[in-house]
Design a protein around this ligand. Structure first.
Ligand code: HEM
Length: 320
């Protein structure tokens, strides 16, 4: 699907997506660099440092462009407001620029760039990968896809309309599908590397100050001592609060847990739900969709998903 839609997205969107994909691939938890003594790091094995530096320059240019545009728009708006025209939209950069205006030192452009880029980067691949894994699982489990579509059709009723964010809380089975996808294929399988800020002891293990800590969510969520048929895709295991309290932490936990869990669940739910509602999906051949995991900070599919789809007669009028 990725190649087919190349014509439909802007140059900028394509660049952004490629930049995020490369950043995530290079930021995988274990690069050779991490295992080198500090004195040897200047060797830049594999050119990782150089490539990350180039990506950083591109990101800075992109974000600074957005900030400059917004600043200009706000200046024009304040002139218009003085003339009685109050139109304008509220954006994250706009809010941060207002803070900057009141206190320039507390909110420099560099801070705005960092806040925006971390949200954009953290929200792009995680959500897109989850949708791709979920669709792959559904293609390999057509009965689950059918049950999800029946739930959506029953929820929407007549006259048929596109599902929207307000429907998502009623689509319990769709939520179970997403939870089960995130259990089997957490987009950040080792979460994000953390560092112990002081010496401490956790469950009898001594952790020295400065140690890099990785949480193996992937292993925790497939633990055979906790889950029945741990590697099977069974959305029903989350129905009616069953298995509540078992360790599923695709969004991390504690103070640095993903701040956008609700937004992420909504984005995935809306995209996946609409794809199921509007199209018939089929695998490209007899064989099952390849489910090999790729590498990086996020966990993309090793082989990008390709599938056949055609609009459903029921929803054709909504698409034209
Ligand atoms: C299915 C979707 C998503 C998943 C599975 C996910 C998962 C995660 C995980 C595992 C972390 C690291 C937690 C830790 O350090 O222990 C994280 C952090 C973060 N996520 Fe998400 N995320 C998703 C969507 C989003 C979206 C849509 C946004 C923003 C638009 C976002 C913004 C962030 C930010 C800013 C952080 C860093 C928080 C911090 O370091 O304090 N995420 N996310």
């Amino acid at each position: 699907a990725r190649e087919d839609d190349e014509d439909e997205v802007s140059e900028e969107a394509r660049w952004f997506r490629a930049m995020v994909e490369e950043t995530m691939a290079l930021s995988g938890a274990s690069t050779v660099w991490d295992f080198l003594p500090a004195a040897l790091r200047w060797l830049d094995v594999g050119g990782v440092g150089r490539r990350l530096w180039r990506l950083r320059e591109g990101r800075t240019r992109f974000l600074q462009g957005l900030i400059d545009d917004q600043r200009k728009e706000m200046e024009q708006r304040s002139t218009a407001a003085a003339a009685g025209d109050e139109r304008g939209r509220r954006t994250m950069i706009g809010v941060l620029l207002s803070v900057q205006k009141k206190d320039p030192d507390a909110c420099p452009d560099q801070l705005i760039r960092s806040l925006c880029i971390s949200s954009l980067e953290a929200g792009t691949d995680t959500s897109a990968d989850t949708i791709e894994w979920a669709m792959s699982l559904l293609l390999n489990n057509p009965d689950v896809m059918r049950k999800a579509r029946e739930e959506i059709d029953a929820c929407i009723g007549q006259p048929v309309r596109l599902l929207d964010a307000g429907d998502l809380t009623k689509l319990r089975y769709l939520q179970c599908i997403i939870m089960e996808t995130l259990r089997l294929y957490p987009p950040a399988p080792l979460l994000v590397p953390h560092e112990a800020s002081t010496d401490c002891t956790v469950a009898g293990f001594h952790v020295a100050h400065g140690t890099m800590l990785l949480v193996n969510t992937f292993a925790i969520q497939r633990d055979p001592q906790v889950w029945d048929q741990p590697t099977s895709f069974i959305p029903e295991r989350f129905e009616d609060g069953r298995n509540k309290g078992k360790m599923t932490i695709p969004f991390g936990m504690g103070r640095r847990r993903c701040p956008a869990e609700n937004l992420g669940m909504q984005m995935v739910g809306l995209a996946l739900g609409t794809m199921i509602q509007c199209f018939e999906w089929e695998r490209v051949g007899e064989e099952l969709v390849d489910m090999t995991e790729g590498s990086g900070l996020t966990m993309p599919k090793e082989v990008p998903l390709q599938a056949f789809y055609r609009p459903r007669a029921l929803t054709m009028h909504l698409l034209s």
